[in-house]
Design a protein around this ligand. Structure first.
Ligand SMILES: Cc1cc2nc3c(=O)[nH]c(=O)nc-3n(C[C@H](O)[C@H](O)[C@H](O)COP(=O)(O)O)c2cc1C
Length: 262
């Protein structure tokens, strides 16, 4: 079973590639959390591999992923092979350790963990990568995915191939909690006059946080994945002033239907 969360398709692509290779179903974290249930219960098969695939948000896992892990109940868990994959634009800090700590609290543990550098979608501070850099990252990601698929297929334990950056402890221990506490401000989202009320933002929002009534309105359940902003077909969505005149990015190997399906 491969649990995934993805804003702009990178993590969905990685999850799908692994799931198809090891013949395991994809399970959307967003759909589970939005179901309104507080407990996320699944029954495991013998020798089933369990994966968690997610983007890095400020050197930690997205809040929605932590909420999911908090309520996760895996019936039949008995030291099953469990792995994490964090996609990122540059490095993940100690994001995988945060996930592992949360799992350990529930009596489970990661057997292995991986990071994959993919095109950046965080345009609140920086900008998207150049087209050349996106292509270079996507082709390097293919190779990384190939070796992750092999490791998972062979149930390799104790393999932690993580690009952590420096200083990982500070990034995850100090910057990430500040981001979770103060950095997610959905009230900053707004649609400009170019908005045509097409409802794409509402449909791609993994947090079920957007309602379009002529124009989109954002509630408070945001995880700041930026799907709404990047998938808007007329680039009408901005976050304060910081995303004006910035590029937009969505993974070209993933259809909008697949994102909405989650
Ligand atoms: C709010 C936010 C914070 C981010 N923080 C980081 C980060 O700390 N390190 C990094 O390398 N990339 C960071 N990124 C970039 C994403 O992790 C990266 O583009 C990821 O592959 C996006 O995956 P997705 O398309 O599945 O959402 C951030 C993106 C967002 C939206």
């Amino acid at each position: 079973m491969i649990f995934y969360f993805s804003g702009t398709g990178n993590s969905f692509y990685a999850a799908k590639q692994i799931a198809e290779h090891i013949h395991e179903p994809l399970v959307s974290i967003a759909a589970a959390v939005n179901s309104g249930s507080q407990a996320y219960k699944y029954t495991l098969k013998d020798r089933e591999a369990i994966g968690f695939v997610f983007p890095t948000h400020s050197w930690g896992p997205p809040k929605i992923v932590l909420d999911f892990l908090e309520g996760l109940e895996l019936d039949g868990y008995d030291s099953h092979y469990m792995f994490g994959v964090a996609t990122c634009g540059g490095n993940i800090g100690n994001a995988m350790d945060v996930v592992n700590r949360q799992l350990k609290r529930k009596g489970m543990e990661l057997s292995s963990g991986f990071s994959i550098v993919m095109p950046n979608n965080y345009i609140i501070m920086g900008d998207v990568d150049s087209k050349e850099r996106q292509e270079a990252k996507l082709s390097a990601a293919e190779k990384a995915l190939e070796s992750i698929r092999e490791a998972v297929m062979d149930r390799q334990r104790g393999v932690f191939r993580l690009k952590k950056g420096f200083p990982a402890r500070l990034l995850t221990g100090v910057v990430h909690p500040m981001f979770v506490k103060n950095g997610i401000q959905p009230a900053k989202f707004h649609a400009t006059d170019s908005c045509q009320g097409c409802e794409t933002c509402e449909k791609v929002c993994g947090s079920g946080n957007i309602a379009v009534d002529g124009k989109p309105e954002w509630g408070s359940r945001c995880t700041l994945c930026l799907a709404c902003l990047h998938y808007c077909p007329v680039q009408a969505i901005q976050y304060g002033k910081s995303t004006e005149r910035k590029g937009r990015y969505t993974n070209r190997n993933v259809s909008i239907k697949e994102i909405i399906g989650g």
